[in-house]
Design a protein around this ligand. Structure first.
Ligand code: S3P
Length: 455
């Protein structure tokens, strides 16, 4: 599927983005290990989280889905999963594969974690190494550097592990294996990463301790309590809609019920540093996670201004967005948002530098290479660096065909670029948007964007 995006005029309205992907995965996995029935509302019915449900069902868990966003999960207890009869298909989902590896390492059966050609290219040594140090028996291609991974579950010991990269997936894999280990599983992170695993396990009665950037888990003394939870809106999905709203001249968008866990709000800090007109209201806590409404006012983009003047309209002023330098601890707090940050930077005045972000190279695509290549096709002045990119703005983005490379976040970032461009932009290969944001196109249309789908 392809999408043609027409330059946006104003985007107006109130919307709710789908449930948080990271929290949805964890809710389904952990609920399956509780004793009793869990209820999850606003579950993300995206491809990645559906892969998690498929894996859990293959382990013998009964999951009712009265609607696409509601789950009733019959928890089987920490030792209630059954040996699967076939390889577990994680499709494109790195979170499914890496977190499940931690949980499967301590079971009393054999399992294989497999996935798409996109997933089996991604690095797995980062989880295999610490899990092996805990005593896990894991085999995989290239000595466990790549999936599929074959896991012969067995007794695990404790670990005191300093993460070589700031990764919530690796931290979680170790903490989850810690639920099955005979000693403490201690993880030291180089910078804070999303802490949904710790929050949810604590809410379920597990002993997960945290002291600064040192986190520890252990074998729970009692069964995990079932969940009754409404998943907050995904700030990583909200980022695309907020960016679209900011680049459209004069519009106004309110996103209700967005998760604003401080380990995830790097994007809000970056938008504010760029001078965006952004308000956070109605801050509250739901099921152990902070949630708020986020409101943006459109500032227009350089390319829109030029387009308006060519049509004889009134040229909006250059956007007040300006370039920023982004690095250090901010990177993991905004790790999934860099494709859209790059788009915003093309419309901001001055230079934007992203550094310390080499992790972007091992996401669904090498997001440094793919973002640079595709934005350049649209006319952006963007240079690749080993650990990030440098963008000089503002530049008028022009009409051209671009490709998502099968990467959901690149597909959505290019859609936002299309809204800010001077002419229509064709984004090829957009079915992947449903991996994390089913209904993205519909939501943008409801706010006033013009998008056409072509097979
Ligand atoms: C995730 C952690 C991040 C993020 C991914 C989801 C999670 O990955 O990019 O989209 O749910 O724990 P890393 O742990 O590889 O940084």
């Amino acid at each position: 599927m392809n999408l043609t995006i027409h330059p946006a005029k104003e985007l107006f309205g109130t919307a709710r983005v789908p449930g948080d992907k990271s929290i949805s995965h964890r809710a389904a996995m952990f609920a399956s290990l509780a004793e009793g029935e869990s209820r999850v509302r606003n579950f993300l019915p995206g491809g990645d989280c559906l892969a998690t449900l498929g894996v859990l069902r293959a382990l013998g868990v009964t999951i009712d889905q009265p609607s696409s966003t509601e789950l009733r999960i019959d928890g089987v207890g920490l030792h209630g999963w059954q040996e699967p009869v076939a390889a577990l298909d994680c499709v494109n989902s790195g979170t499914t594969l890496r977190l499940m590896a931690g949980l499967l390492a301590g079971q009393s059966f054999f399992s294989i974690l497999d996935g798409s050609s996109q997933l089996t290219r991604r690095p797995m040594a980062r989880i295999v190494e610490p899990l092996r140090q805990m005593g896990a028996t894991i085999h995989g291609r290239q000595d466990g550097r790549l999936a599929p991974l074959a896991i012969r579950g067995n007794a695990l010991g404790g670990i005191d592990y300093t993460l070589p990269v700031a990764s919530a997936q690796v931290k979680s894999a170790i903490l989850l294996a810690g639920l099955y280990s005979n000693g403490l599983a201690i993880v030291r992170e180089p910078a804070p990463t999303r802490d949904h695993t710790e929050r949810m396990l604590t809410a379920m009665g597990a002993q997960v301790g945290k002291l600064g950037q040192v986190i520890a888990s252990e074998r729970p003394r009692r069964p995990l309590l079932p969940l009754d939870l409404t998943v907050p809106g995904d700030i990583s999905s909200a980022a695309f809609v907020l960016a679209a709203g900011l680049l459209a001249p004069g519009g106004h968008i309110t996103l209700e019920g967005v998760g604003v866990n401080p380990t995830r709000t790097g994007i809000l800090d970056i938008l504010q540093a760029m001078g965006a007109d952004l308000r956070i209201e109605n801050l509250r806590e739901e099921a152990g996670e902070p949630v708020a409404d986020i409101i943006v006012t459109g500032m227009g983009s350089a390319s829109r201004g030029d387009a308006a003047s060519r049509r004889g309209g009134v040229t909006p002023p250059l956007p007040p967005l300006h370039g920023v330098e982004i690095g250090g601890d901010l990177i993991p707090r905004a790790i999934d948002e860099f494709p859209v940050i790059a788009v915003l930077a093309t419309q901001a005045r001055g230079r934007t530098v992203v550094r310390d972000a080499a992790e972007l190279r091992v996401k669904e695509t090498d997001r440094i290479a793919t973002v640079v290549a595709e934005l350049r096709t649209l006319g952006a002045r963007i240079e690749e660096r080993p650990d990030g990119f440098v963008i000089e703005g503002p530049t008028e983005l022009h009409s051209a065909p671009v490709s998502s490379h099968g990467d959901h976040r690149l597909a959505m970032a290019l859609t936002v670029a299309g809204l800010a461009a001077a002419g229509p932009v064709l984004v090829e290969d957009t079915a992947c948007i449903a991996d994390s944001f089913p209904g993205f196109e519909r939501m943008l249309r409801s706010l006033g964007a013009e998008l056409t789908e072509n097979e």
